[in-house]
Every structure is written in structure tokens, then in C-alpha cells.
Write a protein that binds this ligand. Structure first.
Ligand code: APR
Ligand code: PHB
Length: 389
């Protein structure tokens, strides 16, 4: 089989790239290791930057997002019983949209299917060949049968555990990583959200986040130990702990109910450089991971896709390699800013096992500064709604 762009990974990055290329008549094939059901079963963050929404519009996939997404003009931050609001609209003129990544992925699959997009599921043993030549190809197997996909370019959209990043030789690749000494225990429950905007809570018992998917579907998280298992936490224990970490007036109005999903995610900051090797381009989680505080994961994947899509268009439409030649540099410049913001916000909001009394005082001083200083709020708002592409 032959295509113009071979896309490894059918998560949001791979699907969005494939759909955007399709709008310009550029052919691609998506190779996904799992089934569609498995991909859609993963629960991830649900805050979209305007830049992401614009890309979904460009891809022709934004109708449901516009109909069902909830616009948020700000967010709440608490520490102890103090609660303050950072107004995105006032500081940036831009809101964010609450719409789950699962729904984004579902919309993208639907669009690919409608336009006859080629997606191979259950692929095994994906190997990228000749990425540093002008004739790369991908070998893989489906049901034990070997296949080969010849292409002009390979987009590595296969997440943190994929093969694409490993294809870049070690003497070219540099990786930067920070692993945080805690995780997030998250639950999804069919209850109305405690507040119409998100609440990020710093408490002496650890971080908590009150988020949502819609008016009757709430997503809550509490910082937990890395040795905890979801089954160690009954729903009752989770709700009790959450109530102790958010301001008392919020806890008093929290509606609880059975969890319909419960899972623990570790927190990591990770970047690989460069994001391009020859005709292989890394996008999204394949190249970088952020801790979830601030919901930058999906949004940072989207800016990669924006740069790569523009670069590939320039190549096919104007025979120019400028866009693809500057892909890694441009993508990384924005990635590092998202890394900084996610690291800053995580550091501000969590309890660390080795935190000294001094460190705790610094957190409170910074939270008080953020609460009372317009410039600090503006900096947070600009980052939260998404820095320009
Ligand atoms: N071959 C084919 N597919 C693979 C391989 C492989 N060797 N390895 C992984 N995959 C697939 C995974 O099964 C997954 O569906 O690649 C896909 C990668 O999807 P994600 O991990 O979701 O990564 P990405 O598409 O970059 O999405 C960006 O935003 O909120 C964040 O981390 C969150 O998923 C999120 C991300
Ligand atoms: C979520 O709704 O899952 C969510 C929201 C905001 C975050 C992280 C996760 O910062």
C-alpha cells in the first residue's frame, strides 16, 4: 500500500492530523495498535483552548463541540478556606471550552469514517524504515499477516509508549524528564458539578480538582500516593477526602453518587528533542508529556498538529520545505512554555513528601500574590487559555 503521510497512532493527534490533511486532499493512513472501542474508553482531560477549537473547525469536526461544549470564562483557585477567581475573559478576552477528549476523539473518528479515511486497527510490530531517506516506509502486521506502507512522510502520533520516538537514534535524541512523587486519583460520577467553573484546590491534605464533562457528569481528582490502588479507595472514602480538601462552603453543596470510573494517573513532565528526524515527525504524547494540572496535554498535541499540518501543506501545495524544516523548532518553543506552566501550576498546588516549612510558606505567598495581583492573574490566564501558535 502507498500513501502520502503514514500516521502511527489513532489517538487525537493522529486523527486530527489525518482529518486536516484530508480537507486539503492529502492522503494518509492511520495505523492504530488497539481497537476503536479501547481508544474511546480512555478518559482524559476535558478543557480545550481556543486554538484547539479552531483546528477542529478547520477539520470540519466542531459541530457537536459547539453544541455541547461548555464555555468557561474563568477558574477558581483555593487554598485552605480562601477561594479566588482568575478571570480569563477579563485578562485575555478568550474563554476555554469544556468538552471531553473522549468526545473529541469520537467526533474525529466519525469524520474520518464519513470521508472514507483509512484506519487500520489492531496493528502489531510497527517498524519505521528509512526515516532519514526520501523513501520511508512502515512495516507492520495485522492478524499475523505482514504488511508494508510506503509513504512520503511518517507522523509519529503513537503516544508516550509508542515506537516512533525510539526510531530516532540515541546520538540524535535528547530526553528531559521530571517524575512527580504522587499521582491523581480520578473519578467520574453522574452528578451535577459542585460549581459551574473548575476549582483547583491546594489543601494541607493535598491537591484536589473539581471538574466536569457536562451538567450531569462530574470529574473529580485528589492527589494520592503512588503506591495507592484505585480499589483501595471506596467511593465513600473518595468523597470524604475530597470534601476535606475543598473550601467548606463548596464541600457543603457537593452532590455525591456512585463512581462510574475510577483510576490513578502518575504525573510526569517529559520532552524529547528534536521532534523531527529526516521524514519522521513526532507529535503529541509521543514527544512530550505534561502533568495534568492546567490540562495542557491535548492542547499541546494540537499545536504540534497545527505546525505539521501547515508544513505538509506547504510541501504539497507550494513545493516548499520551509514549514517542515522549522517544525521541530517551532513546536518545541511552544511545548516548553506549556511544560513550564504545567510544572509551575503543579508545584504551586500539590503537597510534596519532602516539602519543608519554608517551601509551604512559599506556596502560600505565591497563592496570595496570585490572588491579589492582576499581572500574576493575567500571566496565569494567558497560559491557561493557551499561548498563541
Ligand atoms: N503502533 C500503533 N499505534 C500505537 C503504537 C504502535 N506501536 N503505540 C501506541 N499506539 C497508539 C495508542 O494505542 C494510542 O491510541 O497511539 C495512540 C496515541 O494516542 P494518545 O496516547 O492519546 O496520544 P495523542 O494522540 O498524542 O494525544 C495527546 O493529550 O490529554 C493528552 O495524554 C493525553 O492522549 C492524550 C494526549
Ligand atoms: C478534567 O476535567 O479531567 C481536567 C480538567 C482540568 C485539568 C485536568 C483535568 O487541569
Amino acid at each position: 500500500m502507498r500513501t502520502q503521510v503514514a500516521i502511527i497512532g489513532g489517538g487525537p493527534s493522529g486523527l486530527l492530523l489525518s482529518q486536516l490533511l484530508h480537507t486539503r486532499g492529502i492522503d494518509s493512513v492511520v495505523l492504530e495498535r488497539k481497537t476503536k472501542g479501547y481508544v474511546l474508553g480512555r478518559i482524559r482531560a476535558g478543557v480545550l483552548e481556543q486554538g484547539f477549537v479552531t483546528l477542529m473547525e478547520e477539520a470540519g469536526c466542531a459541530d457537536r463541540l459547539h453544541a455541547e461544549g461548555i464555555t468557561h470564562d474563568g477558574t477558581l483557585v483555593s487554598y485552605g478556606d480562601e477561594l479566588f477567581r482568575v478571570d480569563f475573559k477579563e485578562h485575555t478576552g478568550t474563554p476555554v471550552v469544556i468538552y471531553g477528549q473522549t468526545e473529541v476523539t469520537r467526533d474525529l473518528y466519525e469524520a474520518r469514517e464519513k470521508s472514507g479515511g483509512k484506519i487500520e486497527f489492531n496493528v502489531e510490530n510497527v517498524v519505521i524504515h528509512g526515516a532519514d531517506t526520501e523513501t520511508p516506509y512502515v512495516s507492520y502486521a495485522v492478524d499475523g499477516e505482514a504488511r508494508r506502507l510506503d509513504c512520503d512522510f511518517v507522523a509519529g502520533c503513537d503516544g508516550f509508549h509508542g515506537v516512533s520516538r525510539q526510531t530516532i537514534p540515541l546520538d540524535v535524541r535528547r530526553e528531559y524528564e521530571k517524575v512527580y512523587p504522587f499521582g491523581w486519583l480520578g473519578i467520574l460520577s453522574e452528578t451535577p458539578p459542585v460549581n459551574h467553573e473548575l476549582i483547583y484546590a491546594n489543601s494541607p491534605r493535598g491537591f484536589a480538582l473539581c471538574s466536569m464533562r457536562n451538567e450531569n457528569l462530574s470529574r473529580y481528582y485528589i492527589q494520592c500516593s503512588l503506591s495507592d490502588k484505585p480499589e483501595d479507595w471506596t467511593d465513600e472514602a473518595f468523597w470524604q477526602e475530597l470534601k476535606r480538601r475543598i473550601p467548606a462552603d463548596q464541600a457543603a453543596k457537593l452532590v455525591t453518587g456512585p463512581s462510574i470510573e475510577k483510576s490513578i494517573a502518575p504525573l510526569r513532565s517529559f520532552v524529547t528533542e528534536p521532534m523531527r528526524w529526516g521524514r519522521l515527525f513526532l507529535c503529541g504524547d509521543a514527544a512530550h508529556i505534561v502533568p495534568p494540572t492546567g490540562a495542557k496535554g491535548l492542547n499541546t498535541a494540537a499545536s504540534d498538529i497545527h505546525y505539521l499540518y501547515r508544513g505538509l501543506r506547504e510541501f504539497y501545495e507550494s513545493a516548499s520545505t520551509d514549514g517542515i524544516d522549522s517544525y521541530s523548532e517551532k513546536a518545541l518553543a511552544r511545548v516548553w512554555k506549556a511544560e513550564r506552566f504545567s510544572w509551575w501550576f503543579s508545584s504551586l498546588m500539590h503537597r510534596y513528601p519532602d516539602q519543608s516549612e519554608f517551601d509551604l510558606k512559599m506556596q502560600v505567598a505565591e497563592l496570595e500574590f496570585l490572588r491579589s495581583n492582576k499581572a500574576a492573574q493575567q500571566a496565569m490566564a494567558e497560559n491557561y487559555v493557551g499561548l498563541p501558535y
